[in-house]
Design a protein around this ligand. Structure first.
Ligand SMILES: *Cc1c(COP(=O)(O)O)cnc(C)c1O
Length: 390
């Protein structure tokens, strides 16, 4: 295939997703040093939790933790998940959605996605619940839908089914901070939700996460579990198995600074997505993950495209390699959990549409961070147009 020669002077690496500091982060960290709060817990942790509560609304109670994965783990502990239990989880996701199920000796049951949002298919969810009850005689203990790449899952349908079977929902909103469904923030629909502040997410604390809780009691209990479940006594006494999962006051300082620019980040990622759509309009065989209706408002964490090789004349993998040659980092979409070696023999509910398998075969994440320049975007688009011989 012929490709336009790189006409850009600047061939610096374009990364998929980079952290972007707002400017206030170091001041919060300096305050922590000045007041000797260089510990887990402290004023930055309290402030960061308040900022998140104000941002998400819906009277949620938030506990800052060392990782999003820790948040999922502590939610499952509180939902009573234990050895031999089953937890329904979206198959099309990052392994961190499902691993904590295994930490507890429980077993995931994977459910495929529907083609509109790429998230949990409500029909397959119902089928999975009914079948698990038939097969095991017991209800799954929880349902974990994911708002993948910041796209809200079909929460009305999912919550209706969850309510009908009285199974609690734990939203994985790790990628979805700032996304909305029917005007309500993702992460506020379930009994619990996890957020992530890893380096590549919507905002970062260098590493960190949070558990969104529905009651103050849940939040207090989360804090208790996350600080080694220490009883109220002058000596160290424990009646439960605890965890060391709290966020450090230094990392929370970064988080407070990031909260000041969160809305800017969301707007920047949406603007980048729109720009890609404009620049790639008319390229045959390229489609986008898109808000299916105005009920959905993705934060566009990563712009994701799907290459139809029969129409485009090139495959996703050819495109990825061409990008790499131009020093541009892209990545295939998440490999579904039901295809992962670690989860072989795990029950899976899908249908002939094979939505996540097709997305894994043909999908690509494009560079999407807020500091991308117009020239960066043009370089990315030129690789696609070059392969399309446009
Ligand atoms: C990043 C991520 C997590 C885990 O968050 P960490 O903070 O990295 O532990 C969980 N689920 C999804 C979908 C993620 O993308």
């Amino acid at each position: 295939k012929s490709r336009k020669k790189n006409q850009y002077m600047n061939n610096k690496r374009i990364w998929l997703s980079l952290a972007h500091m707002g400017g206030q982060e170091q001041q919060f960290i300096q305050e922590a040093f000045d007041t000797n709060w260089v510990v887990p817990l402290g004023p930055n942790v309290d402030g960061f939790e308040k900022d998140l509560e104000n941002y998400l609304g819906e009277n949620k109670h938030i506990v800052a933790l060392s990782a999003g994965t820790a948040a999922i783990h502590l939610a499952l502990v509180q939902l009573g998940v234990g050895p031999g239990d089953e937890v329904i989880c979206q198959s099309f996701t990052f392994s961190a959605s499902a691993n904590p199920i295994k930490y507890l000796g429980a077993n995931p049951v994977f459910v495929d996605s529907e083609p509109d949002t790429w998230n949990m298919d409500p029909e397959l969810l119902r089928e999975a619940i009914e079948d698990r009850i038939r097969v095991t005689g017991r209800k799954p203990k929880a349902i974990i839908p994911v708002h993948l790449y910041g796209m809200p899952a079909k929460m009305d349908e999912i919550m209706t089914i969850a309510c009908a079977f009285e199974i609690p929902v734990l939203e994985d909103a790790a990628e979805a901070l700032g996304a909305e469904y029917k005007g309500q923030k993702c992460g506020t629909f379930g009994e619990f939700a996890c957020l992530s502040f890893n380096g590549n997410k919507m905002i970062t604390t260098s590493g960190g996460g949070a558990l969104v809780c529905s009651t103050k009691e849940e939040a207090d209990f989360t804090k208790h579990l996350a600080t080694q479940a220490r009883d109220n006594a002058p000596h160290y006494q424990h009646s439960k198995v605890g965890y060391n999962y709290r966020l450090s006051n230094i990392c929370a300082g970064i988080g407070r600074g990031q909260m000041m620019v969160l809305q800017q980040h969301v707007e920047a990622r949406r603007r980048i997505n729109l720009k890609y759509r404009q620049l790639l309009a008319g390229v045959p065989g390229i489609s986008f993950q898109s808000n299916p209706t105005t009920d959905f408002n993705s934060n566009m964490w990563l712009t994701c495209i799907v290459v139809d090789p029969a129409v485009a004349g090139f495959s996703r993998e050819e495109l990825r390699l061409a990008m790499e040659q131009e020093n541009i980092e892209t990545r295939p979409l998440w490999k579904p959990m039901h295809l992962q070696p670690v989860f072989a023999d795990t029950p899976y509910y899908g249908n002939e549409a094979k939505v996540s398998e097709r997305l894994f075969d043909d999908g690509l994440c494009l560079p999407s961070h807020p500091n991308l320049t117009e020239e960066d975007l043009q370089r990315v688009v030129d690789v696609i147009k070059g392969l399309a011989e446009m």
